[in-house]
Design a protein around this ligand. Structure first.
Ligand code: 5GW
Ligand code: MN
Length: 296
């Protein structure tokens, strides 16, 4: 378990001189609170990999595959083997009500798959509500002081390109592909003040994805704990936020600014045409037949 900010140069590694005047001009690569926004061509992957290799980091990914969503798991796991933190210690935790249907995907050395049984549920609200709770408990019971970083990902998605050490940070959010060119007034935040996910007009930085977030174990623990509590306290009053835990996540990130932001390269949507600033799609949501996969 290592600190996030102490970066020690690899010994004797040669790499391209960084420029202080040339670089991408078609996108913004730093926020007003000076967090990097990660886009293709803004980082040196070999340099970053050797820095983090020396730190011997371990990375956890969580994914929920409840009910028919188990059908997405094979592609998710196989493509994670090809693109997600290749060469690093990786533990993937699959939460599922169908442990016997988890596909046998061969994991490389240093990588492991863990299956955690969860009860079946017909109500998405329950699955959604329990995601933050289960992440919180997993961290408390198995990860604190054992792993360094965690990413929580939607299963209905695949990797197509590198997702690696450039994505590491204290609190990491992904910009939602559907809204990143829009004015904040159009972001689908929860707009009713009675909800604990409320974001007032004129507030909000970016609209972040519920389908991918992460960071240091301790930071994500705080996020999961807070979002779970707000979600449950809302539920006790009969309130469900507009986009469930995505709304609570966005509310959390408004107050607790992410220290690293991942561009929409890190969660595209397969049905969307690629915009010119998207030079690579690293991870994307597959097109799904809602009627066939969702309960009732
Ligand atoms: C989702 C919507 C309605 C009813 C059930 C679900 C559902 C979600 C489910 O039956 N099983 C399940 O495992 N999930 C988990 O929640 C998956 O990891 C899924 O990727 C994640 C978020 O739900 P999505 O992917 O349907 O949401 P969108 O906003 O990406 O379409
Ligand atoms: Mn999804």
């Amino acid at each position: 378990v290592s600190s996030d900010f102490h970066l020690v140069a690899p010994d004797g590694m040669k790499y391209t001189q960084p420029s202080i005047t040339q670089g991408r001009t078609d996108v913004v690569s730093v926020t007003p609170w000076l967090a990097p926004v990660v886009w293709e061509e803004t980082f040196n992957e070999k340099l970053l990999d050797s820095i983090y290799m020396k730190k011997n980091i371990s990375v956890v990914a969580t994914v929920f595959a409840v009910g028919k969503y188990i059908m997405f798991l094979k592609d998710f796991l196989e493509t994670a083997e090809q693109f997600f933190f290749v060469g690093f210690r990786v533990s993937i935790y699959v939460f599922t009500d169908r442990p016997n249907d988890v596909p046998h995907v061969k994991m490389a050395e240093g990588r492991q798959l863990n299956v955690l049984p969860v009860p079946s549920s017909n109500r998405w609200q329950e699955i959604s509500a329990r995601r933050m709770e289960l992440i919180q408990k997993l961290i408390e019971e198995k990860l604190i002081n054992k792993a360094d970083y965690i990413f929580c990902l939607d299963v209905d998605s695949k990797f197509h390109g590198r997702w690696g050490t450039e994505s590491l940070g204290g609190l990491v959010a992904v910009i939602h592909p559907g809204y990143y060119r829009d004015d904040r007034s159009r972001f689908p935040y929860e707009r009713r003040p009675i909800s604990r996910a409320f974001v007032a007009p004129g507030d909000g930085d970016f609209y972040y994805c519920g389908g991918a977030f992460g960071g240091l174990i301790q930071e994500v623990h705080q996020l999961a704990k807070t979002c779970r509590k707000n979600f449950e306290d809302d539920a006790k009053e009969g309130i469900e936020a507009a986009w469930q835990e995505e709304s609570h996540l966005n509310r959390y990130m408004w107050t607790n600014k992410p220290s690293k932001i991942l561009s929409p390269e890190y969660l595209w949507q397969d049905f969307k045409a690629r915009n010119p600033e998207i030079k690579i799609i690293r991870f994307s949501g597959v097109v799904k037949n809602y009627a066939a996969i969702r309960p009732n």
